[in-house]
Each structure stands twice: as structure tokens, then as C-alpha cells.
Design a protein around this ligand. Structure first.
Ligand code: MG
Length: 336
């Protein structure tokens, strides 16, 4: 099998601000694997928070070339081999994983969800994310997002309560909040109890990733479920976070792709955890790959492609928040 990668700069429609940074573009890469007459596509959204950059991701693809073998069905062996070549680097591995599932689906002429034995009617509804801004602007964005019945509101500022009040005044959507590690446990307990009357479905990652005791303390002192995102990167984290949170947010770019996400979903269930699938800023390519897994999860936050101006692909569509999977073979993604 032959592998190639090309960078693509995804441009955000509006600057995307979370508690720790602001993003104007996302330097992603498209990976293409060729096998006989079949082409598999994958995407990487390398994230500095998880130790990757576009450069490290492209360097990984160069290292992977020549190590893929010549059987795209041997996904388990191939991805184990890549883990032996280099640890971590999950977005580079996710792109390879996606491209392999795409090829296999195309060779068998079935969409990925069918390959996995899943029912496309059972996809989740995705939230639409409102980045941090002034209360007025966040309310305006909530009005513009009226087609989405679930909003994910980024928090972690001095004026979170004002932001939530402003959004609640103009929207009756289900609201989830995501603090992206912004609070101390004490602040989180105070803030979540203050936000709870605004009808919050759950709170994502209130504190620092490694503060599992903090997560447990918060969970015991607030009336809203707590979901781990930054605290739960791979399957190894699940036994550690179980008992500290109500659920986990799985991302292909954190864990290394579809194969690893499946392991995480089933491991989380064995630990009585709720499961969410989220994303980075990604095109319809990677978002569609993740969407194929949503019949297995409780919550989806797959809106990365809705936040960019120059999506080069079509794939999953969204109707009133419901993810509608494409029926083409493999990922079912096509150039726009
Ligand atoms: Mg999050």
C-alpha cells in the first residue's frame, strides 16, 4: 500500500475561542492510501495540547510509508505495528486508520456503519458549539444556531454566568457547557451550582486533566453530570476516570482512530460510563468517520465541519442536529 499526506488549512468562519486559546485556522492534513484500484482517505487534526503539530504528523506519515504491508484488512496488525514504530501521535494514526476502513468498505462495497454492524437510524444528534465571546455576541450566535436543538457553550471566563443568562434569554435549546480545564475544583463547584438553574445537560472537563480527585469532588457536589474530555485520552484512562465522572468524550484525534474509539466505547460501557463522541476542527472527512460510530453513543459533538468556510468534502449531513450518514461505501465521503 502506498501512503501520501497533504496539508490543508481549514479556515474558521469566526474565531473559535475556548478557555485556553483562540483559533482562526486549523492546519490539518489529508492522508491518502492507495491499494490496487482503491483509494482510502483519512484526515489528521494535530493538536499541540496532545503533543502534535502538522510537522510531527507529516513526519509520522513518512515513517509509516513502507510499513503498511499489502493487506488493508489487517487493520489490527497494521495499527499495532505503527504503535511499535512510534508512540503517541494519535492524529497521524487516526488518519491512517480512517483511510484503511475507507478502503475496506470500498472493497466490500458497504458503508462503514454496516461494516461495524450498526444501524444508521440510531445516529446521535450533534451539538453546535458557541465559542467564548461577549454575552451579546454569544446570544447572537445562539440565535443564528436555531436549527440545532443542542448547544455546547464554551466557558471558563469571568463572565460565564452572564454569557449563559444571555443565551438562555434567546434560546430554549439543550445546553452543555465545556470549561476545557479552566477551573479549580472549588471554582467549579461554585460555578456549576450557579449555572445549573439554566438547565445544563452536563459539564465537560471543569478542571485540569490530571486532577481526578478534583473531578470526583466536583461530581459529588453538583447536580449536573460531569464528562471527562482532556482527562480521558485513550482506553488506558478509562479505569482511572471511572468513579470520578459520569461519562467520557472520545475523539478520533485523541485516541488514534475508529479502531481505538471502538475499544474505548465498549470499555466505557463496562465501567458504567456515558459515552460522547467529539471532534477537533475537522473537515467532513474526519467528522463523517466519527459519525459512523454514533449509533453506539449517548452524545455527539461533531460540528467541526460546520465551523469552517472551506470544507473540501461532503459526507455526513445534519438535520435539526440529527447526523445523517452517507450511504456510499467506506466513509462515504466525496470531494465537494
Ligand atoms: Mg471538550
Amino acid at each position: 500500500m502506498h501512503i501520501d499526506a497533504k496539508p490543508i488549512d481549514l479556515k474558521l468562519t469566526v474565531p473559535f475561542r475556548i478557555s485556553r486559546n483562540v483559533q482562526y485556522t486549523s492546519p490539518n492534513a489529508i492522508v491518502q492510501i492507495n491499494y490496487e484500484e482503491f483509494t482510502g482517505l483519512g484526515e489528521a487534526a494535530p493538536d499541540g495540547y496532545y503533543g502534535e503539530s502538522l510537522e510531527t504528523m507529516l513526519a509520522c506519515v513518512s515513517m509509516f510509508a513502507g510499513n503498511l504491508g499489502d493487506d488493508p484488512f489487517a487493520i489490527e496488525d497494521i495499527l499495532n505495528r505503527l504503535d511499535e514504530i512510534i508512540g503517541l501521535n494519535p492524529s497521524a494514526k487516526a488518519a491512517v486508520d480512517m483511510a484503511l476502513y475507507d478502503i475496506v468498505g470500498k472493497m466490500l462495497n458497504v458503508p462503514l456503519y454496516k461494516l461495524l454492524g450498526l444501524n444508521a437510524a440510531n445516529t446521535a444528534r450533534t451539538s453546535f458549539t458557541i465559542g467564548i465571546d461577549t454575552p451579546e455576541n454569544m446570544a447572537k450566535k445562539a440565535v443564528l444556531a436555531h436549527d440545532y436543538p443542542i448547544l455546547k457553550v464554551k466557558v471558563g471566563t469571568k463572565h460565564d454566568l452572564d454569557n449563559l443568562k444571555a443565551i438562555r434569554e434567546v434560546s430554549s435549546a439543550t445546553i452543555r457547557v465545556d470549561a476545557n480545564t479552566a477551573w479549580t475544583p472549588k471554582e467549579a463547584i461554585k460555578m456549576i451550582n450557579a449555572l445549573a438553574p439554566y438547565n445544563i445537560e452536563f459539564v465537560e472537563q471543569p478542571v485540569f486533566a490530571h486532577d481526578l480527585d478534583g473531578l470526583r469532588l466536583i461530581r459529588e457536589n453538583v447536580p449536573v453530570p460531569i464528562i471527562a474530555d482532556e482527562s480521558c485520552v485513550t482506553v488506558d484512562d478509562i479505569p482511572r476516570v471511572a468513579g470520578c465522572v459520569d461519562g467520557i468524550n472520545i475523539k478520533l484525534m485523541k485516541c488514534g482512530g475508529v479502531r481505538h474509539a471502538l475499544k474505548m466505547i465498549h470499555t466505557a460501557r463496562a465501567h458504567n460510563l456515558q459515552v460522547m463522541i467529539g471532534c477537533m476542527i475537522e473537515s467532513s472527512l474526519a467528522i463523517t468517520a466519527a459519525a459512523h460510530l454514533t449509533p453506539l453513543v449517548d452524545y455527539a459533538d461533531l460540528d467541526g465541519h460546520l465551523l469552517i468556510d472551506n470544507d473540501p468534502y461532503t459526507g455526513v449531513t445534519v438535520e435539526k442536529g440529527k447526523l445523517i450518514l452517507p450511504d456510499g461505501p467506506g466513509l462515504g465521503v466525496k470531494p465537494r
